[in-house]
Design a protein around this ligand. Sequence first.
Ligand code: TEU
Ligand code: CA
Length: 555
Amino acid sequence: MQKKWWQEKTAYQIYPKSFYDSNGDGIGDIQGIISKLDYLQDLGVDIIWLSPIYSSPLADQGYDISDYYNIDPRFGTMEDMDELLMEAKKRGMYILMDLVVNHCSDEHEWFKMAMKDPEGKYGKYFYLEDKKDGELPCNWRSYFGGSCWEPLSDTDKLYLHVFHKKQPDLNWENPEVREEVYKNINWWLEKGLSGFRIDAIINIKKALPFKNYEPDRADGLSNIAHMLEEAEGVGEFLGEMRDRTFKKYDAFTVGEVFNDKEGELPDFIGDNGYFSSMFDFNETIFGQNEKGWYAHTQITPNDYKKCCFDAQKRVGDIGYLSNIIENHDEPRGVSHYLPEGEVCDASKKLLGAVNFMLRGLPFIYQGQELGMENMEFTSIDEVDDISSLEEYRVAIDAGLTEAEALKVISKFSRDNARTPMQWDDSENAGFTTGTPWLAANPNYSRINAKSQIENSDSVFSFYKQLIALRKNPVYQEAVVYGEFIPEWEDQNNLMAYYRKGQEKTLMVVANFQMDGQTVTLPSSYKKLLINNYTDLAQDGNDLQLKGYQVIILEI
Ligand code: TEU
Ligand code: CA
C-alpha cells in the first residue's frame, strides 16, 4: 500500500450547528469554530470534517443544499469560511467539507426550474415519472419513511427522493448533472479545501427501470437496500468523479459507504480507489432490524470486538479504513456500546482506546473526547430530528406505548449526538448566550471541556494521550501502518490485539467488563505506554486487569 499524506493524521468531526455559537442566536457558526481551533490543536487534531454549512433550508440540518457555492447565513459568510481555511492552515490543520450530491434541496434553483418546466433541461436533472394507472413507479420506502415518490407541485409528475421529500435525488445518469458536481468539487478544492466526506454516496446509482421489491413492512413498501443490491455500475460514476476532481488535487476523501458489495473493497479504497478511505460501519449497523429502531438488538462487548476485528481482517492491507465510535447520525458511542449501568470514565477511556488504536484513520466526533452521553428525552417534543420523529411513529404503529417509544428514541436518536457541545458548566453548557436550537444535555455540569482540560485524569486528557502516541515518532510507524493481529479472540469480554510495525510492536489489552480479569502475556513487555488506571497489578507475565482497565504496551 502506498503511503499518503493524511494517513498519520487524526481527524475530528464538527457538527457546526451544535459546536459553538459566536453571536448568541442559538446556532453554532463558523466564527465559533474559528474561536475553538486552539482547543482542537491542543487536543492534537489535524483534519477537521465539517458537516454541511452550505445554503440550506435545514430540513435535514444542511444535508439538503440549496446552493453549493454559498454558506448559509446562519453559519456565517464566505469570508468567514475563507478565514477558517486560513486559520486552519496557520495551525497545520486541514479542512474537509461534506459532499452531499445524491440529492439537493427542493429549494435549489435546479429543482425550482424542473418544477416550472418538467420537460426542459432541469427536468432531466432529477428522476421525474408519470403516475401510470394511478400507480407509483415503484414501492421503495424512503430512508426517512413513506414512499420515495412525491408529486411535483401542481404537475401530474412525481419525483424521486430516497431521503426526505425536501431532498430530491439528482439524476447521475445525466452527464450534465455530473459535470455540475465536478465543477463544484473543483471550485472548493481550488479554494484550499483538503477534501471531502462523501455523503450517502452508494445511493447515486439506481437499479433501473424502476420496479417493485418484496414489501418488508405492512406499508407495502420495500427498504432501499433491496434496490441497492441490484444496482450495478456505481463504480463508473465514482471513478469518473475521482479522475475529474480529487485525484488532481491529491485530496483526501472518505466515503459514507453502506451496502458495498462483496469483493468491491479494492476498487473503493485500494491504491487507486474511488476514495482515500471509507468509514467502518460494521459496529454501527450491528443489531439493526428492518422493522425499525424499536426492533434493534443491543450489542455486547463480544459483538463489538467481533465487528471491529472482522472489519480489520476484511480490509487487511487493501486500504485504510476510517474508524469511528459515533457521528451525527448515531447515538453517543459510550451510551451505545457500553452496557447499561457501566458507563464511567474508565469504560469511556477503554472504548476510546480500543477504537482509536485500530488500523486506520481515527475520527473523533465532537464531544466524544469528553465522554458526552446520550440525552434522556422526557417528551417527543424535545426531539427535532426528522429520522427520530419517523421512528417514533413506527414504534407507536408497532404497538409500543408512548413511554416505550420514547425510550427507543432516547436510545437511538440522532439528536443524542446533536445536543450542544459541552464547553463549561455555565448555562447551556457555554455553547450559546442565547437559546440553543436544541437543548443541552443537563449533565453538562458534570461533563464539560473546561473541567476536563484542567484534569490530567479526565477522558479528554486520555484522548490527548492517545493522539500524542499516534504522533510520537518512536511509535508512529506501528500505530499508523502496523499490521493488525488479534489475540485471545475467544476470551469473554476481552479485546486484545497487536499492532506490528517494522520495528516496534504494540499491544492493546482491554478488560471489557466491570469484574477483574487476568491475562497471561506470551512474554514480558518492554514498556507500559498508556493505562487508564494509575497502576497495573502483575505477577510475572500475569496481568490482573481491573474493571474496564485498558493498557497499551510496547512488547
Ligand atoms: O446519512 C446516510 C444514511 O444512510 C442515513 O440514512 C442514516 O442511516 C440515518 O441517518 C440513520 O438515521 C447521510 C447523512 O450522514 C445524514 O445526516 C443525512 O440525513 C443523509 O445522508 C441524507 O443526506
Ligand atoms: Ca450563531
